[in-house]
Design a protein around this ligand. Structure first.
Ligand code: FES
Ligand code: FES
Length: 157
């Protein structure tokens, strides 16, 4: 079967089997391995992608549910010239990762948060990011990175 959707700003068409998840299609058919798979039961957030701007666990979303929708993965966040999105840059600046396994999902969830709420409080950040688990950092630098990105984005306006 063929599946059509917008991926990182471009229309694509890809073969898939009806039982495949979006995470599997992204990683195995499209070679976009920035989307990680860990728990596979919608608990850890490692597989987070944005669909129509909202964070979604792609490990439990059947691929066909993405048809004709706008999907953004971590590979699509930087600008065409390679300039990183402010959330990506803030994660680097604040050392907000160690092994990096949670990082693509964290960054996409944080982008969705800042799109919806450009000036979140610390509590709002913690609450919104509740679905993304990190085993390495203790979360403090992640929260700091999101606050820094919020500041940068607001300065750009
Ligand atoms: S791998 Fe999808 S939520 Fe954990
Ligand atoms: S940096 Fe290792 S799980 Fe988050």
């Amino acid at each position: 079967m063929k599946l059509s959707f917008n991926l990182n700003g471009r229309p694509i068409e890809v073969e898939y089997e009806h039982q495949e998840t979006l995470a599997e299609v992204l990683r195995e058919r499209l070679n976009l391995t920035g989307t990680k798979i860990s728990c596979e039961v919608q608990v850890c957030g490692a597989c987070t992608v944005l669909i129509d701007g909202l964070p979604v666990s792609s490990c439990t979303l059947l691929a066909y549910e993405a048809r004709e929708r706008n999907v953004v993965t971590i590979e699509g966040l930087a600008k065409p010239d390679g300039a990183l999105h402010p959330v990506q840059q803030a994660f680097i600046d604040e050392f907000a990762f160690q092994c990096g396994f949670c990082t693509p999902g964290m960054i996409l969830a944080a982008k969705a948060l800042l799109d919806e709420n450009p000036k979140p409080s610390r509590e709002e950040i913690v609450h919104y990011m509740d679905g993304n688990i990190c085993r390495c950092t203790g979360y403090v630098p992640i929260v700091r990175a999101i606050q820094k990105a919020a500041q940068k984005l607001s300065n750009e306006k």
